[in-house]
Design a protein around this ligand. Structure first.
Ligand SMILES: *Cc1c(COP(=O)(O)O)cnc(C)c1O
Length: 341
């Protein structure tokens, strides 16, 4: 056993086949014991619920190596809880929280050689997911399911690190009121791909979605929540039932209040207000926080005072604190870190 010889700082955000993945099957009303396997391929019937009606939910999280050699996970209990809730919304049997956490432990331990070393800026991305294996043709929930967890080493999500990105206001909507916006399900991503391709073709980094009912409030991007900082250094966080409850964003709110002693205002945020703000950022596990320098809505441009060269001061402090906690340089709040190996 030895660390894989990868160029950790330039591996990007891509899939690499690692040694082990976890599999457990649900049948006759119960999950089996589950365990690790070497086979990265999934074989399902042509009419499985996942193939026909996209009955699937997933999670995304990371394992980090600390300076003392410990391998840790950041708040995996919240991923367990969120996938439990997502599964219920998509009529799938939820994976019990303890089973989820045990699967994470097993997969990370089975791929220790793939966990990037301390100081590399890279981490081991963990992808838990559940999908319908049971056969359906009429539209209904399947009767058998599979829960899998695989891992892949990743570098920083946005090439060039924490340099500011540009958001484009999408002409499409992401999540209907009372729809599935707050659920981490593949279906939300399938329907975002067209808008995402158009956004990239137009030269922007990500889409910013507005609330579909009135198109006057800010929701989030395709895969990350957004936060703002106003001119009095208050962290302003959009609130809506159709925003995915990002664990990174919830952690940032705690850090802003308890570590940086900042005011946090979680409320519906009008798009109109954005031009009065000082800083903006996108947050999610993949990129942690990406500073936003500019938002483009057709002919209108919002240029944040923090500019396109570097992150603003508050976003920088939030980024340094949360990554410091994840990498063991700053003491974490009680219960935030799970030591795996
Ligand atoms: C996963 C996800 C996020 C980020 O959530 P984290 O828990 O911080 O990784 C934000 N928005 C959407 C739509 C997501 O799917």
């Amino acid at each position: 056993m030895a660390k894989k010889d990868l160029k950790w700082d330039s591996i990007g955000f891509a899939y690499h086949v690692t040694d082990k993945r976890y599999v457990s099957n649900y049948k006759d009303g119960a999950w089996d014991e589950g365990g690790l396997t070497d086979d990265p391929n999934v074989v399902v019937n042509e009419s499985a619920g996942i193939m026909q009606y996209c009955q699937q939910v997933f999670e995304g999280m990371k394992a980090y190596t600390w300076e003392n050699g410990d391998v840790v996970c950041f708040r995996p209990d919240l991923n367990a809880e969120r996938m439990y809730n997502s599964a219920q919304r998509i009529e799938m049997p939820p994976v019990p929280k303890e089973k989820f956490l045990d699967a994470i432990d097993q997969v990370v331990k089975g791929n220790l050689d793939w966990v990037p070393p301390y100081g590399s800026g890279a981490s081991l991305y963990i992808r838990p997911y559940e999908f319908a294996t049971g056969v359906v043709i009429g539209v209904k929930p399947a009767d058998t399911y599979q829960f899998r967890v695989f891992t892949t080493p990743v570098g920083p999500y946005y090439k060039g690190g924490a340099t500011p990105i540009i958001l484009q206001v999408a002409d499409y909507d992401r999540a209907a009121p009372r729809g599935t916006g707050a659920v981490k399900a593949g279906l939300n991503y399938a329907m975002s791909l067209h808008a995402s391709v158009l956004c990239h073709k137009a030269g922007y980094n990500e889409n910013l979605y507005l609330d579909p009912a009135t198109r006057s409030y800010v929701e989030e991007t395709g895969g990350s929540n957004v936060i703002f900082v106003d001119k009095d250094n208050t962290v302003v966080v959009p609130k809506s039932d159709s925003i995915l409850p990002s664990i990174t964003r919830r952690s940032i709110v705690y850090i802003a209040e308890h570590y940086l002693k900042l005011k946090v205002d979680e409320r519906p945020v009008k798009f109109e207000e954005l031009k009065g703000f000082a800083e903006a950022g996108c947050c999610g596990t993949a990129a942690v926080i990406s500073p936003v320098g500019k938002i483009v809505d057709h002919d209108e441009e919002i240029n944040f005072p923090s500019g396109m060269d570097h992150a603003g001061p508050i976003i920088s402090q939030l980024y340094d604190t949360i990554t410091g906690i994840q990498n063991g340089r700053i003491e974490a709040p009680e219960g935030w870190i799970r030591h795996i190996a």
